[in-house]
Write a protein that binds this ligand. Structure first.
Ligand SMILES: C[S@@+](CC[C@H](N)C(=O)[O-])C[C@H]1O[C@@H](n2cnc3c(N)ncnc32)[C@H](O)[C@@H]1O
Ligand code: SF4
Length: 386
């Protein structure tokens, strides 16, 4: 019997918020882009059968020190040896075999720093491109060059630039550099790199869909926090017509989880108010890859940490116990885990009586298990009795 679809679940969703205005843009590499492509081919996407995304955490470092930093994947246990480029390519081979369409690079550091770009980012994007996959790349753009911009443009890369403030002092504070020499020069450098990206991608950014929306290949991502919630309108205006505007609420992961006072980052308005404001303002209604009200990197994807351990989401630091993808590099096993994840998530939603768009962005409910705890219990129940 097939699983009930999310829309059939009788639980409230956390993003069902009236948006200020519908978006006229579709971001390449996102679920609605794939829907449009499939419709043009006369096909239908079946996410229960195949994932669309492979999130691979690269072992990249970063010069910023954002207190918010989710440090994708880190936190639960010591990491093992990082994957080599060849090992990552083997994972991309597997991903292609099971129908994945897009590589997602969220971190763990800054992909445009030259050493990261040359040693890991460029080879991963090239390998994905050779397997007919695009790449979604998250970056501050701090190290971006004209050469990089052209490489991204020519290799099907959707670039999502983090831009948490348009005020130089606030920007420096939010990237943890307020007291560093030259702090006020960081934002102008980032803005210049965004200009280069926009100019380089300009010729590609005017494609239209059948319903009159325009397909864009660049995005601006704001991590909504107390210190920038009042800047959302200005940043949305900055995104203009050629960049998708994504407002994403803060997740208590990585450094943000360990930060002495997570509430300080959230500010007086509280997480719920930030979440509501992000959903109202974001072109996507929330995260970049929302579909059916849930983040698709999670719900329609497989994720691998720097050392090859599978995660339920690249950001998640608590689901490492799934094992190392290299130990079960068979399409069938990876697909089984993918399908198990979707089943567990649905069961968890039923149990907690909510459908969070992201399991990492939901506050603990007294008496209810977190997603990671629920997963542990689920897996214990699946063990045959001795
Ligand atoms: C970890 S960063 C790595 C890439 C790059 N250094 C950057 O900051 O864009 C990937 C994405 O995660 C976002 N992010 C970081 N910490 C977060 C948090 N605690 N909650 C939500 N998003 C977060 C960043 O804004 C960025 O869009
Ligand atoms: S959010 Fe990005 S820029 Fe900030 S510390 Fe983390 S990896 Fe670096």
């Amino acid at each position: 019997m097939s699983e009930p679809s999310f829309s059939e679940l009788d639980v409230p969703i956390d993003t069902n918020i009236e948006k200020e205005k519908p978006s006229s843009k579709v971001l390449r590499g996102m679920p609605d882009f794939f829907e449009i492509e499939a419709t043009e081919r006369g096909e239908q996407i079946d996410s229960d059968k195949n994932p669309e995304y492979v999130m691979i955490n690269l072992d990249t470092n970063c010069g910023m020190q954002c207190p918010k930093c989710a440090e994708p994947g880190q936190g639960a246990a010591e990491r093992g040896k990082s994957l080599s480029n060849e090992e990552r390519t083997a994972i991309l081979d597997l991903a292609a075999e099971i129908g994945v369409k897009e590589l997602v690079v969220v971190g763990t550091g800054e992909p445009t720093k030259w050493n990261n770009y040359i040693n890991q980012v460029k080879p991963a994007i090239e390998a994905a491109y050779e397997r007919k996959m695009g790449t979604v790349l998250f970056t501050t753009a701090i190290g971006l060059t004209q050469e990089q911009a052209e490489f991204y443009r020519d290799h099907d890369v959707t670039v999502i630039v983090s831009l948490d403030s348009l005020d130089p002092a606030n920007y420096a504070r939010l990237v943890g550099h307020a007291d560093k020499p030259g702090a006020s020069n960081i934002l102008p450098a980032v803005l210049e790199h965004i200009r280069i990206l926009r100019e380089t991608y300009a010729a590609d950014s005017a494609q239209a869909t059948a319903d009159g929306r325009s397909i864009v290949r660049l995005g601006v991502n704001v991590t909504v926090q107390g210190a920038n919630v009042d800047e959302l309108e200005a940043i949305r205006d900055f995104a203009g017509d050629d960049m998708m505007f994504i407002a994403n609420v803060l997740m208590p992961e990585g450094r943000a989880r360990r930060f002495e006072d997570f509430e300080k980052l959230v500010g007086e308005k509280g997480l719920d108010a930030l979440r509501k404001r992000a959903a109202e303002m974001s072109d996507t209604g929330g995260h970049s890859s929302l579909a059916n009200e849930v983040c698709s990197y999670f719900n329609r994807g497989i994720s691998v940490d720097t050392d090859g351990r599978e995660l339920f989401c690249g950001y998640d630091s608590q689901t490492h116990k799934l094992g190392n993808i290299q130990d079960h590099l068979s399409a069938q096993e990876v697909l089984q885990r993918y399908q198990e994840k979707r089943t567990v998530y649905r069961a968890w939603c039923e149990q907690i009586g909510q459908k969070p768009s992201c399991p990492n962005r939901v506050e603990d409910t007294p008496g209810q298990p977190s997603f990671a705890e629920f997963l542990d219990e689920w897996r214990e129940r699946q063990q045959p009795e001795s």
